[in-house]
Each structure stands twice: as structure tokens, then as C-alpha cells.
Design a binder for this molecule. Structure first.
Ligand SMILES: Nc1ncnc2c1ncn2[C@@H]1O[C@H](COP(=O)(O)OP(=O)(O)O)[C@@H](O)[C@H]1O
Ligand SMILES: [Mg+2]
Length: 227
């Protein structure tokens, strides 16, 4: 499903990713844990096509997102990563749009889906996420957990195969950690989603993961534990 090979990325003089290798199987929930500043968000942004790596390859569903081989040294994004959805740490909802508009925007603008079709799909997703009564609410009217579910809905609306979460518990009350874990498991079981999560929350990682990897100082340790 996902292969990352020899990924390197520097910002100025500081090397943030130092040759990351990662392989994820379809349907798996993989969690990468590690201290702040270790390069976790940068890795996720590369996989989501938002940050361009300096070296290495990312292959998603047998398609190269980035390829660094045979002297080609192609650094441009090779394909738009429609197969990957990202749920940002602070959710990044559009504040001036209601829930339904937040979810229908990208399918309409990026995929060219018609308004009615986009709305129907969004309503189905909101039902799945337990937010059917919130379609006309604006982000400021929602709790943190609800905003997160809208952010998940926005990712799902693009039909990703892989959904990535950046620190999904960090902006929320610790009392809903288990609820977030259950929702992510439901995504995996009922929607067949492959999931990649980065977090420094070990308790959450242990509840949600099929597999935990650790990352520190730009290196991913692949002597992983299966739970
Ligand atoms: N866009 C950027 N420009 C410059 N430095 C960055 C940028 N993004 C991240 N960094 C630096 O890269 C390092 C790793 O950051 P990050 O990937 O966010 O780690 P983590 O998510 O594990 O906390 C940090 O030292 C951070 O300051
Ligand atoms: Mg981070």
C-alpha cells in the first residue's frame, strides 16, 4: 500500500529526515511514536504530498509520488496524491464555511463533482461520523472532537485509501482519547481504510495500533512491535 524508501529532508542546515524507510500493508493501523522535533510531521507531510523530500521515494498503491532513482533525480511531485488524506493536528477547517461546505469544497473544486452528488456523499459521511445534525454548523460552534470528525469527513470525501493523522489527541481533552481511538478503528474496519498515525501519546498509541514504530532524530526504527 505504502512504501517509503530512503527519505531525506533538510530545512536549511538541519537534517530532519535522515533516510526513512517504511512499509505499510493495506488495512493496517500503523502508529509512529516519538518525541517532539523528531521529524514526524515532516514525514507525514511528505507522504501527503505537501512537503517535497530532498531524496528518496514514496510509492502509494504502486504509483510513485516521489521517485529518486537511476540518476533521474526527479524532485517534482509525480502524481497528485488523491489516495492519501491528511487530518491536521489543529484540523484546519475553513472557518467561514459550515460543516457541509467544509466537506463538499474539495470534491467540487478539485475533483469536479457536482454539488448535489457532493452533498449526498457528505451527508452519508456525516451520518457515519455521528454528525448528521451538524451540517449547518460553523466550526466555532463545534467542540474539539466534533471539529476533528469534520476534518476526518473532509479527508474521506476525497476517497482516500490511506488516511493520516497528525497528533490526533493533542488538541483534545484526554477524556475522549478512547473515543478517538474507537472512531479510527471503525474507519479501518467499516471503511477498509489504511491508517497512519503519528503521536507522542503512548497510551493512545497502545489502544489504537496494530503496529507501533518509533521515530527519533529523523530516523525511523523498524524493529517494530506488533500488539
Ligand atoms: N517548514 C519548516 N521550516 C523549517 N524548519 C522546519 C519546518 N518544518 C519543520 N521544521 C523543523 O524540523 C524539525 C522536525 O519537525 P517536525 O517534523 O514537526 O517534528 P515532530 O512532528 O516530530 O515534532 C523541527 O526541528 C522543526 O523545527
Ligand atoms: Mg509534529
Amino acid at each position: 500500500m505504502l512504501r517509503v524508501i530512503g527519505l531525506e529532508k533538510s530545512f536549511g542546515d538541519s537534517k530532519v529526515l535522515k533516510g526513512v524507510n517504511l512499509e505499510i500493508k493495506e488495512g493496517e493501523i500503523t502508529v509512529i511514536v516519538g518525541p517532539s522535533g523528531g521529524g514526524k510531521t515532516t514525514l507525514l507531510r511528505c507522504i501527503s504530498g505537501l512537503t517535497k523530500p530532498d531524496k528518496g521515494s514514496i510509492i502509494i498503491n504502486n504509483k510513485y509520488l516521489y521517485k529518486d532513482g537511476e540518476g533521474a533525480h526527479r524532485k517534482e511531485k509525480l502524481e497528485i496524491p488523491m489516495d492519501v488524506g491528511l487530518v491536521f493536528q489543529n484540523f484546519n477547517l475553513f472557518p467561514h464555511m459550515n460543516v457541509l461546505e467544509n466537506i463538499t469544497e474539495a470534491p467540487r473544486v478539485v475533483l469536479g463533482v457536482g454539488i448535489e452528488e457532493a452533498k449526498n456523499k457528505a451527508k452519508e459521511i456525516l451520518g457515519f461520523l455521528g454528525l448528521a445534525n451538524k451540517e449547518n454548523s460553523y466550526p466555532f460552534q463545534l467542540s474539539g472532537g466534533q471539529k476533528q470528525r469534520v476534518a476526518i469527513g473532509r479527508a474521506l470525501a476525497m476517497n482516500p485509501k490511506l488516511i493520516c493523522f497528525d497528533e490526533p489527541t493533542s488538541a483534545l481533552d484526554p477524556s475522549i482519547t478512547e473515543e478517538v481511538a474507537n472512531l479510527i478503528k471503525k474507519l479501518s474496519i467499516e471503511k477498509g481504510m489504511t491508517v497512519l498515525i503519528i503521536t507522542h501519546d503512548m497510551t493512545f498509541a497502545t489502544i489504537v495500533a496494530d503496529r507501533i514504530l518509533s521515530m527519533d532524530n529523523g530516523v525511523l526504527k523498524n524493529e517494530h512491535m506488533y500488539i
